[in-house]
Design a protein around this ligand. Structure first.
Ligand code: KG4
Ligand code: ZN
Length: 342
């Protein structure tokens, strides 16, 4: 089944053509990063306008890149949430127009579900598995028993991991998005140079907290201003390691308690080089099979939206043209879709 997928939940306007939910025929991403960078973060109103300007072009590029016409498509998958309401509405409106015009079914997809299943575009993963979603808005651990069958084991109680990277980068005067900048600086620093706190590490839950860590970095920089200048590599490496250490240790504990022997790490923060290494080391020690997509599939893209989209449409589950944006949409609620068929 050949699907067109659209993604517009935050600051990337993306379209992809994917066959059978597995084979990428095209995957176009138009990034707004340069536009938002001067504000130090995503400005929702500007994001919506940028999506409007880019959406037709990325759809055309995706179809041309795949060498197909709208008549070849069997369905359309579109990010329905979570995300910025105005941004989501642009993708939804475009998808509805195309689905109506082509007379093909439409399915609204959860963005985080797309992240968790993106790795299947590269290699198959058997269920059940443990999944860590780490992005600008999420730091969640899930037990995944099948497509649509997610149970939240833990989540951040304040900032998400990506948000922490972005906020710490901002306070250090680094460009948006902060994760990339910190990752780059940290490569030349000593992760053991400064001992930052490990929030909630031993609280017995699978929850995370990163806002105190951001405050600890701020306090350190106020006391030692040189650490944000000549010492910035060590500072970046030490902060980055504090985040990766907590994520890795909590994930390791969840693997032990659930007895699961497959782990998927997904979302923009899964691009982080230290996190990829520490997860690999932990999984090697535990005999767990690790699945992390290549960086272009960790970051926001539309091909990942086609994976669950293909599953639902193949199961006869589709959305109506009255489909609305869901800025907040916990994954646990998806189970109802399997029984109610919408
Ligand atoms: O999944 P994503 O592209 O968008 C959301 O759904 O939020 O994730 C974006 C987040 C941003 O916070 C960005 O700073 C972070 O992913 N990120 C990274 C790296 N690349 C992107 N964080 C740490 N290290 C990286 N290399
Ligand atoms: Zn994302």
């Amino acid at each position: 089944m050949l699907l067109l997928a659209l993604e517009s939940s935050c600051d990337e306007t993306a379209a992809a053509v994917v066959a059978d939910g597995r084979v990428i025929r095209s995957n176009i991403v138009s990034s707004q990063i340069a536009v938002h960078a001067e504000y130090g973060g995503v400005v929702p109103e500007i994001a919506s306008r940028q999506h409007l300007e880019a959406v037709s072009t990325v759809v055309t590029q995706a179809l041309e890149g795949a060498g197909v016409t709208p008549a070849d498509l069997k369905g359309i998958a579109v990010t329905q949430g979570p995300g910025l309401a105005g941004a989501l509405l642009v993708g939804l409106s475009a998808a509805k127009g195309l689905a109506f015009g082509c007379g093909i079914p439409l399915i609204g997809v959860n963005h985080i579900e797309g992240h968790l299943l993106a790795v299947m575009l590269e290699r198959p993963v058997e269920f059940p598995f443990l999944a860590l979603a780490v992005s600008g808005g999420h730091s969640h651990l899930y037990r995944v028993d099948g497509v649509g069958r997610y149970r939240t084991l833990g989540q951040t109680v304040d900032d998400a991991a990506g948000e922490a990277f972005d906020k710490v980068a901002k306070l250090l005067g680094l460009p948006y998005p902060g994760g990339v900048a910190i990752d780059r600086l940290a490569a030349q620093g000593d992760p053991g140079a400064i001992r930052f706190p490990r929030p909630l590490l031993n609280d017995g839950s699978y929850n995370f907290s990163f806002s105190g860590l951001k405050t600890a970095v701020l306090t350190h920089v106020k006391k030692h201003p040189e650490s944000a200048e000549a010492g910035i590599h060590d500072l970046a490496a030490s902060f980055q390691w504090a985040v990766c250490d907590v994520l890795t240790q909590k994930t390791a504990a969840a693997l032990v308690e659930t007895g699961l022997n497959r782990l998927v790490v997904a979302g923009g923060v899964a691009c982080n080089s230290a996190l990829r290494l520490s997860m690999q080391k932990m999984c090697d020690e535990k005999g767990v099979e690790l699945y992390i997509p290549t960086p272009r599939l960790c970051a926001d893209n539309a091909a990942m939206i086609a994976v669950p989209g293909d599953f639902y449409l193949s199961a006869g589950i589709s959305s109506g043209l009255d489909l609305d944006a869901l800025p907040v949409w916990p994954l646990d609620r998806l189970a109802a879709r399997l029984t109610e068929g919408m």
